[in-house]
Design a protein. Structure first.
Length: 205
């Protein structure tokens, strides 16, 4: 089963995607730098890797990366966060009613099997999660993600995909190479196959 985790129409390389001039246009260079790729530099091969690896990881149907797959990434991330939150609290559900009361938390923390956590921290987390202040955490409260809905990764992918050279179709590995070629033709002033700080700054402008 493929892992879910992303990849870029080009335009005249003002680095702004079509139809967004004048608005705080998303910047391709900044998006590329945010793609997780430890140890990969901004060489020609490195840029292709930054554009291609997300496609290989996230392209579920094999025809390229599109918005539907990026939405799926968001759904999977949210589901995992919800599961982690539920697990954190269900260890206190002593009567198995899928709810956790403040009394249950306090009782567990008073035993030797409380896990060694500071009771004050556990109760503070309980109070922060108890939205309606009824001293009981229901399923929705326990499962609410704690990262305030951070979608920065998905936004990065959407920015990159918005630069697809063939925007009528999903972003493919061929599109990634075409985009890398366009980037280097425009920005690699010394033609050494590496985008240095000066060239990257020019791309951001």
């Amino acid at each position: 089963m493929k892992r879910l985790l992303v990849a870029v129409p080009f335009v005249a390389l003002s680095m702004s995607s079509p139809g967004q001039a004048g608005n705080q246009s998303p910047n391709l260079i900044d998006a590329l730098m945010r793609v997780p790729s430890p140890g990969i530099s901004m060489t020609y091969e490195g840029v292709i890797a930054r554009l291609s690896d997300p496609i290989r990881i996230n392209d579920v149907d094999g025809n390229g990366l599109d918005s539907a797959e990026i939405d799926l990434i968001s759904q999977v991330r949210t589901a995992r966060e919800r599961a982690n939150q539920l697990l954190r609290f269900l260890a206190f559900d002593l009567n198995n009613d899928r709810q956790v009361s403040r009394e249950e938390v306090d009782r567990v923390d008073r035993t030797s099997i409380g896990g060694g956590a500071d009771p004050r921290q556990v109760l503070a987390l309980f109070d922060a999660t108890d939205i309606n202040r009824d001293q009981i955490l229901d399923w929705d409260e326990m499962g609410a993600p704690r990262n305030n809905g951070d979608t920065s990764y998905e936004r990065t992918l959407q920015t990159i995909v918005s630069f697809d050279p063939t925007s009528a179709t999903p972003f493919t590995l061929e599109d990634a190479k075409t985009l890398a070629d366009q980037l280097f033709a425009k920005l690699d002033a010394d033609r050494n196959g590496v985008l240095d700080r000066t060239e990257l700054a020019a791309g951001r402008r």
